[in-house]
Design a protein around this ligand. Structure first.
Ligand code: SAM
Length: 286
C-alpha cells in the first residue's frame, strides 16, 4: 500500500470507505510525510522496539512504525476505522489492532504480553480532547515506558516544557517534568492535517526518567500541594494552601515551612520550582 502520508492516498482511502470524520473523537489525520519522518527520527524507533500507538486513524503513522519497530500495538476507539486499518495494514505482520478506549486499556498488560514487561515506546498523534488524562494515566499507572513522542496542541506542548515565572507554567508542567524530560521538536501547522484543526500543533518527546529528578517522601502529597497552589493561582501560597480544606494545613504550619526554605510569606506558587515543591511537601506531610 502506498504511503498514506501523501494527501491523495489518504483521500482515496476515505472515499473508498465513505468515512465520516467524528469530531467527538478529535480526528485530524496527518498528511505530511516530512512530519511523519520527523516523528520517527525523534522517537528513534528501531527493530528492538515495541511501540504503542494511540489512535491510529486510518493507519498512516502505523505504517511508518510497522516498517521500523519489532512490534506495534495500535488502540483505536472508532469502530468504523477497524476495517480500514485491516486493509491499510494488511501487509504488516507485526501490528495488533485493538478496538478500545485507550483510557480503559491495561497498558501494563500489553507491555507484559508483547514486550516481556520491558519498557515500551508510545508514539501518537493524540486526540487533543484527552491529551492530559492520557499522559497522566501513562505516568501515574507506572506503565514501563522509555519515551512518549506525541503530537499535541502547541499551547499544551509549551505548558509541558516551561519552568516557573511564565503564564503557561502550572500543574501539568510540574507533573510532566517530575516523570520525564520534555523536548519540543517541531511546530506543525494546521495544513498538515485533514481536516485542518483550529489550533497549531507541536511534536513533543517526553523521555521517562529512570529515577525522578527530585526526592519526595510522598508523591501524592506533593501533587496535592501543587494542584492547590495552581487552583488559586493569584493567591499567595499561604492562602492557596491554607484554603484547600483537604490538605488540612494551618497558616502557621505553612509559614513555618516557607521560613525554613528561606521564602517570603508573600510568595506565589507559580514561582516555585519542582525542587522547591518537593522540599515543601517533605516539610508538610499529611
Ligand atoms: N494517527 C492518525 C493520524 O495521525 O493520522 C490519527 C490521529 S487523530 C488526531 C486521533 C485518533 O485517535 C483518531 O483516530 C480517533 O478516532 C482516535 N481516538 C480518539 N479518542 C480515542 C480514545 N479514547 N482511545 C483510542 N483512540 C481514540
Amino acid at each position: 500500500m502506498a504511503s498514506l502520508g501523501i494527501p491523495q492516498n489518504t483521500i482515496e482511502v476515505l472515499q473508498k470507505y465513505h468515512f465520516n470524520f467524528q469530531k467527538k473523537f478529535g480526528q485530524n489525520f496527518l498528511i505530511d510525510t516530512g512530519v511523519l519522518e520527523r516523528i520517527m527520527d525523534t522517537a528513534d524507533i528501531t527493530e528492538q522496539d515495541c511501540v504503542l500507538e494511540i489512535g491510529p486513524g486510518i493507519g498512516t503513522m502505523t505504517q511508518y512504525l510497522a516498517e521500523r519497530a519489532r512490534e506495534v500495538v495500535a488502540v483505536e476507539i472508532d469502530r468504523a476505522l477497524i476495517p480500514i486499518l485491516e486493509d491499510t495494514l494488511s501487509a504488516y505482520h507485526n501490528v495488533t489492532i485493538i478496538n478500545a478506549d485507550i483510557l480503559k486499556v491495561d497498558i501494563s498488560k500489553i507491555a507484559e504480553e508483547k514486550n516481556g514487561g520491558r519498557p515500551i515506546k508510545v508514539v501518537a498523534n493524540l486526540p487533543y480532547y484527552i491529551t492530559t488524562p492520557i499522559i497522566m494515566g501513562l505516568f501515574e499507572s507506572n506503565v514501563p515506558l522509555k519515551s512518549i513522542t506525541i503530537m499535541v496542541q502547541k499551547e499544551v506542548a509549551e505548558r509541558m516544557q516551561v519552568g516557573p515565572g511564565t503564564k503557561d507554567y502550572g500543574a501539568l508542567s510540574l507533573a510532566v517534568q517530575y516523570y520525564a524530560k520534555p523536548r519540543i521538536v517541531a511546530n506543525v501547522p494546521p495544513n498538515c492535517f485533514i481536516p485542518r484543526p483550529n489550533v497549531g500543533s507541536a511534536v513533543i518527546c517526553l523521555t521517562r526518567y529512570e529515577k525522578p529528578p527530585v526526592q519526595v517522601q510522598d508523591e501524592k502529597r506533593m501533587f496535592a500541594l501543587i494542584r492547590a497552589s495552581f487552583n488559586q493561582r493569584r493567591k499567595t501560597l499561604v492562602n492557596g494552601l491554607g484554603n484547600a480544606g483537604e490538605l488540612q494545613l494551618s497558616k502557621e504550619r505553612i509559614l513555618a515551612a516557607l521560613d525554613e526554605m528561606g521564602l517570603p510569606s508573600t510568595v506565589r506558587g507559580e514561582t516555585l520550582t519542582l525542587e522547591q515543591f518537593a522540599v515543601l511537601s517533605n516539610l508538610l506531610p499529611s
